[in-house]
Design a protein. Structure first.
Ligand SMILES: Cc1cc2nc3c(=O)[nH]c(=O)nc-3n(C[C@H](O)[C@H](O)[C@H](O)COP(=O)(O)OP(=O)(O)OC[C@H]3O[C@@H](n4cnc5c(N)ncnc54)[C@H](O)[C@@H]3O)c2cc1C
Ligand SMILES: Cc1cc2nc3c(=O)[nH]c(=O)nc-3n(C[C@H](O)[C@H](O)[C@H](O)COP(=O)(O)O)c2cc1C
Ligand code: SF4
Ligand code: SF4
Ligand code: SF4
Lengths: 434, 432
């Protein structure tokens, strides 16, 4: 087996299948009932709790934890879902260390916050197994189009359906879920959780899901506006940024998001990976690409970021997770070119000060290079209202937008859910009057 | 290491920590292990009369109340007195006492309320060489229905009568164990004193139902779908016990009567508090049942460190707080304090704010950035914020010096003055 691990080039099966399966198991095991009780007991039930303020969806955290502590975790799940219908996924993927748990007063007190994320998972996992708890308001006869079945679109669609509207959700991909299905690190959402959660969410009824349908290809925004009472755009950031350096087109150079999307759908034991992998970028995508390369068996994985550690958008926790997985983190270095005969062999970098390259350079061996330097908005008409490079919350009359495709808030699952939910209420108010 | 040697009504023990009459002192096996662990003495599980032994229920006999992290705060039981044959208990008591001469061994007794029964049991225990007897007038369940235990303890005349019998038929030191299931602890204590008791011990358990099974609609512990009240003990009953101990210690008719303090003693600190409140020693049950015999080692090290730190002997501590245990009307109404929040220690949970704003005196400001500050103009010094703050010593009470103006009342803080002379007191005015 060892010689397989050291095979040159981009090959599958660097590690035994069982090792790979083990590497991609649940990164944080679920709490058992006893652990949940103990963890819940630590919550102080704060007044106007800072954790609630820090949660983009404003989940009533002290209330749901008290419901767990008093032996009613299903009620806790309702408290969570009332604010965040994807509370199950958020419990797994939220960078809680920069959100609710960072704000938790017990972080200030002892450096050990209440384990809000894991408690949230405990409550939602248990209640999800019992079916979908919400019912729809009397049907209003209004019809809303939602483009994008990612967190923003799904949260919007669910809330609209709950309020009694009929919803049609369009997505260009073959499966719903957006980056929950195609982006999130595999070890954060194991056992097909993304699809299970979508199925559970759709059980409310009134949501017509149409997959393989692309805005701009199969229909236009004008079509949607003509045939629906309102439109919600939750299309994420489908475009990827290019490095714009020589050698970028060589074989072995990929967009990290494409690699991850493939990984999320693949049989991991047969997914090819390089021996020497270089990841360029400093966000969650870069970290996830690097860590998962390592878990697949790449010998050397180096993550290179153009600025200092403190400027990385991946949290300290994510950075530690990468380092722990064996990823080497290099800061303050900018790629100059990818070198190789027909296919990538190495990347040349210059040491940089605050992203500006200086004279000194170095080479990193690389048979596979992942670019993770950001995504951007594509596929929307030019004449819509914008917020910088992204969409405004209401790009056109009768059209709302939310999630990664809009400005405001961080590009996180939980932010997308909050914006989708809020857009649903804005749409409801516009359609029904305040 | 302070000297913890204790002499309680002539009964000597290496320390003032005794195990109370209960499951931990049920048999030779337990008691020897307790002595090995370091306990100074035991009061053997209550013996009944000669004859077929008592029977216990065969389902659960304990209920509980928990705090955070499932910490046991209160325990309730429906166990009766010993269910082992009298002869076996007597033989074991004798064996243990012979082997452990330096430890205190007291026999707890409960027999029917007639002179013959008491005379008989006292003769039977004569040659065990035990150090004394404790009369169980406390058990509030089961035995009380049969005219024993708290059924006796609730009638001062019976207490006095039985105590006299015991003093008549036995030369052993006699401790009367009191029940808290009375409106005032004083009449029973006075009665014991009159009957010639060498000491009282208190409290026995408090009538209680810890919880109701919400599926079967029965009090718990549930026996085949039904429950009866039990006796409550553990940390939760300590405040009730401390008050009763203090009342006996300070009352003119019982002052000086030795007291063995019982009820929720869990740490050395609890024990020290009972001693300060007038108890000559303490007895422990629930803490041992919760954590095992080993806790006595913390009690020994803790109490001796405390005495060393204070430069006090054990006897100096006993009763030290009694003179300061006064009536409400004696309290100084010119003692004015204000809550102070230590901003560095504050973790900004806002519990003080919620408590004061919703249920006290709206005396805490919540400033931007979750900065909490006490408004002296409203603070009545109730102490609720101190009690709900999760950080110890984060909120403290600061005394306003004499001569300063209390911003709440606009009045200058004056000399000691209590209710008896207060202008709002109708009796005070009448006395003028
Ligand atoms: C690799 C990676 C890892 C991440 N890890 C985390 C994490 O751990 N925690 C976290 O909180 N966030 C994470 N994020 C961010 C998070 O996934 C996003 O913020 C979130 O998914 C945004 O939701 P969305 O609904 O706005 O967009 P998306 O999830 O991108 O969904 C958009 C949907 O719109 C569809 N679509 C796009 N264009 C069209 C079109 N023209 N026609 C029809 N359909 C279209 C897409 O197919 C997609 O299904 C990660 C992102 C990436 C890329
Ligand atoms: C600070 C305080 C003051 C109280 N004052 C009164 C009172 O004036 N009258 C009364 O009937 N009960 C009073 N009580 C008792 C409560 O009404 C209640 O019976 C008792 O606290 C037990 O209930 P709980 O422990 O569930 O709160 C008071 C309780 C507290 C804590
Ligand atoms: S901040 Fe922490 S302790 Fe306070 S309510 Fe939130 S989770 Fe509980
Ligand atoms: S002592 Fe009482 S009144 Fe004063 S701030 Fe605290 S809770 Fe409020
Ligand atoms: S209860 Fe204590 S820690 Fe919490 S805000 Fe008030 S002073 Fe600060």
């Amino acid at each position: 087996m060892t010689h397989r691990q050291l095979a040159p080039g981009i090959v599958p099966g660097r590690l035994p299948a069982e090792t790979i399966a083990c590497n991609f198991a649940d990164v944080l095991a679920p709490l058992d009932p006893h652990e949940a009780r103990v963890a819940a007991d630590r919550c102080y039930f704060c007044h106007d709790a800072p954790c609630i303020t820090a949660c983009p969806t404003s989940i009533d955290i002290p209330l749901f934890i008290r419901q767990i502590a008093t032996g009613t975790p299903d009620a806790a799940a309702r408290t969570i879902w009332d604010q965040n219908i994807l509370g199950g996924m958020c419990a797994r993927v939220c960078p809680t260390e920069t959100l609710c748990e960072e704000a938790c007063v017990r972080e200030a007190a002892e450096g050990k916050p209440v384990e809000i994320g894991r408690l949230q998972r405990f409550a939602t996992d248990g209640a999800m197994a019992k079916g979908h708890p919400y019912t729809r308001a009397p049907v209003t006869g209004r019809k809303v189009a939602v483009v994008g079945a990612g967190p923003a679109g799904l949260a919007c669609a669910h809330r609209l359906a709950m309020l009694g509207h009929d919803v049609v959700v369009y997505d260009q991909r073959p499966k719903p879920g957006g980056l929950n299905e195609y982006g999130i690190a595999a070890y954060k959402a194991t056992d097909g959780f993304a699809q299970a959660e979508v199925d559970w969410l759709l059980a409310i009824g009134g949501i017509d899901l149409r997959l393989g349908q692309a805005l701009g290809r199969d229909f236009s925004l004008a079509d949607l506006r003509a045939t629906h009472d309102a439109v919600f755009l939750g299309i994420g950031l489908p475009g990827v940024n290019a490095l714009g350096i020589p050698g970028e087109g060589l074989a072995g150079v990929h967009d990290a998001v494409d690699f991850i999307a493939e990984l999320r759908q693949a049989d991991l034991s047969t997914l090819p990976i390089g021996r020497d992998v270089v990841v360029i970028g400093g966000g969650m995508t870069a970290v996830d690409a690097a860590v998962q390369s390592k878990l697949l068996g790449a010998e050397n994985v180096t993550l290179v970021y153009r600025r200092g550690r403190d400027r990385m958008s991946a949290s300290g926790y994510e950075q530690d997770h990468a380092a722990q997985a064996g990823v080497k983190l290099v800061f303050n270095a900018v790629p100059l070119q990818v070198l190789g005969q027909g296919r990538a062999e190495a990347v040349e970098f210059a040491y940089a000060v605050d992203g500006v390259p200086g004279p000194e350079t170095f080479l990193l061996k690389a048979d596979q290079v992942f670019k993770a330097i950001g995504q951007r908005l594509v596929g929307v008409p030019a004449d819509v209202a914008r917020d910088g490079a992204k969409l405004a919350p209401q790009p056109l009359p009768g059209v709302w937008a939310g999630g990664d495709c809009t400005g405001g808030g961080e590009d996180l699952t939980v932010t997308a859910v909050a914006q989708g939910r809020d857009a649903a209420h804005a749409i409801h108010t516009a359609l029904m009057g305040a | 290491m302070a000297n913890l040697t204790s002499d309680f009504i002539g009964i000597k023990s290496p320390n003032p920590f005794w195990l109370a009459s209960a499951p931990p002192t049920d048999k030779k096996y337990n008691v020897e292990r307790a002595f090995q662990a370091g306990w100074g003495g035991v009061v053997w599980k209550t013996l009944g009369s000669e004859g077929p032994p008592i029977v216990n229920v065969n389902g659960p006999r304990y209920g509980a109340v928990w705090g955070a992290d499932r910490r046991l705060l209160g325990l309730n039981n429906i166990e009766l007195i010993t269910d082992r044959p009298l002869e076996i208990n007597l033989r074991e008591i004798k064996e243990v006492k012979r082997k452990w001469r330096d430890r205190a061994l007291v026999i707890s007794l409960m027999v029917p309320c007639d002179e013959e029964s008491w005379k008989d049991i006292l003769t039977r225990i004569e040659d065990t060489e035990a150090d004394g007897v404790e009369l169980n007038f406390g058990c509030p369940h089961g035995m009380a229905e049969r005219g024993m235990g708290s059924a006796v303890g609730q009638v001062p005349e019976y207490i006095e009568m039985v105590t006299r019998w015991v003093k008549k038929y036995s030369r052993m030191p006699c401790i009367v164990k009191l029940t808290p299931n009375v409106t005032s602890i004083l009449p029973p204590a006075i009665a014991a004193h009159r009957g010639g008791a060498d000491a009282v011990s208190l409290i026995n358990t408090i009538k209680s139902i810890t919880n109701v099974d919400l599926d079967n609609f029965s009090p718990f512990p549930m026996i085949d779908g039904q429950g009866s009240h039990g006796g409550y003990c553990g940390p939760a009953v300590k405040p009730i016990a401390l008050n009763m101990v203090g009342e006996i210690a300070r009352h003119s008719e019982t002052r000086g009567l030795p007291i063995s303090g019982i009820g929720g003693v869990t740490t050395w600190r609890d024990a020290a508090e009972f001693l300060a409140m007038g108890a000559g020693n303490v007895q422990v049950c629930t803490a041992a049942m919760t954590y095992g015999f080993k806790i006595v080692q913390e009690m020994i090290s803790g109490l001796s460190q405390y005495l060393d730190d204070k430069g006090m002997a054990l006897s100096d501590l006993v009763g030290r707080a009694v003179p300061n245990f006064v009536e409400w009307q004696d309290l100084n109404l010119n003692y004015v304090t204000k809550a102070r929040i230590d901003q560095d220690a504050c973790i900004k949970c806002g519990r003080c704010f919620a408590a004061c704003e919703d249920t006290s005196h709206q005396a805490i400001f919540m400033h931007p950035g979750r900065v909490f500050e006490v408004n002296d103009a409203e603070c009545v010094a109730c102490n609720l914020c101190v009690d709900v703050c999760p950080v110890e010593d984060c909120i403290t009470m600061v005394e306003l010096p004499k001569g300063t103006v209390d911003p709440r009342t606009g009045k200058v803080v004056g000399d000691y003055a209590n209710w008896t002379t207060h202008p709002n007191n109708p009796s005070a005015r009448a006395a003028e």
